[in-house]
Design a protein around this ligand. Sequence first.
Ligand SMILES: C[S@@+](CC[C@H](N)C(=O)[O-])C[C@H]1O[C@@H](n2cnc3c(N)ncnc32)[C@H](O)[C@@H]1O
Length: 296
Amino acid sequence: MLRHHPVLAKETYENLPHPLRLSFDGTFWHGGHVEYFFTHLEQDNPDECKNLKIVACDVDEKVMAKWKEFVAQRKNQISFYHSSYANIKEISQKEWLFDFMLLDLWVNLEHFKDGSRGFSIKSDAPLDMRFDTSKWQLASHLINKWSKEELEEMLIKYGDFTPRNAEYVVKWIIEKRKKSPIETTSDLTTTLHELWFWDKRIAVIFQAIRIQTNHELDQLETFLKDFWECLNIGGRCAIMTYHSIEDRMTKIAFKELEESGNFHLVNKKVIQPNYKEVEANKAARSAKLRIIEKVK
Ligand SMILES: C[S@@+](CC[C@H](N)C(=O)[O-])C[C@H]1O[C@@H](n2cnc3c(N)ncnc32)[C@H](O)[C@@H]1O
């Protein structure tokens, strides 16, 4: 029984390469996709299922508990790294070349549900927002220490703010932090409510801060630069994005690889969830899936 609805799982499963011997899941969380693959492969291709090995990683140490649960059921078939998918080269050197790679970007729902980590605008918590609490600076550091220009650039780049709107928000944040530091999610939401911002707009600002805090685009950029060397011939890489910048980065990187003549785009048109999936799982609504195959 699947524990949750992994996004575009059917579409990803249908595009798995065969033979499938070694697969990489760079954003494991609950292993929803991996579990879907095992469940379906068991019926469709029992031999492949029996011999399949999964290498998984996630930066969030809280995922370790889930992984142990998972491994109890799939002994010897899965190994786990508490690491960023950006370390794909090192991971591949320790393992082997992969037949399949999957990134399912974005946060996991527990980041929002766990009110203590500062991801949600709905609960009061220290402004932390780090996926990996052993790395990076807290979100509060950036809000309180970054310059006007740096904060504006963050809102323009990751929050789609116009320069004028970014300046308006940042001026207010700086005004407030001069009086007392902005340390918690409520400090920040109160500051933004004073500008008459609705929760939806505030959530976009939180998202921009989260992307910056976790260096999410740098991680993706490194992966896109390195992953292709770690794929077998005939191997495929699938990337699921939820933000237009991530999708654009993936699209450009895949296009460049295709132009090299060594890769082929499995789907010319981006794959998106149908209305039924979105109805069942609202988190899927902005998902975009791109898949590429290494042909030589
Ligand atoms: C949307 S969830 C993945 C869900 C998973 N496919 C499933 O169905 O259970 C994204 C996960 O990526 C992790 N993550 C975010 N940035 C990462 C990075 N740079 N490297 C590895 N994992 C990362 C998050 O901690 C989160 O658990």
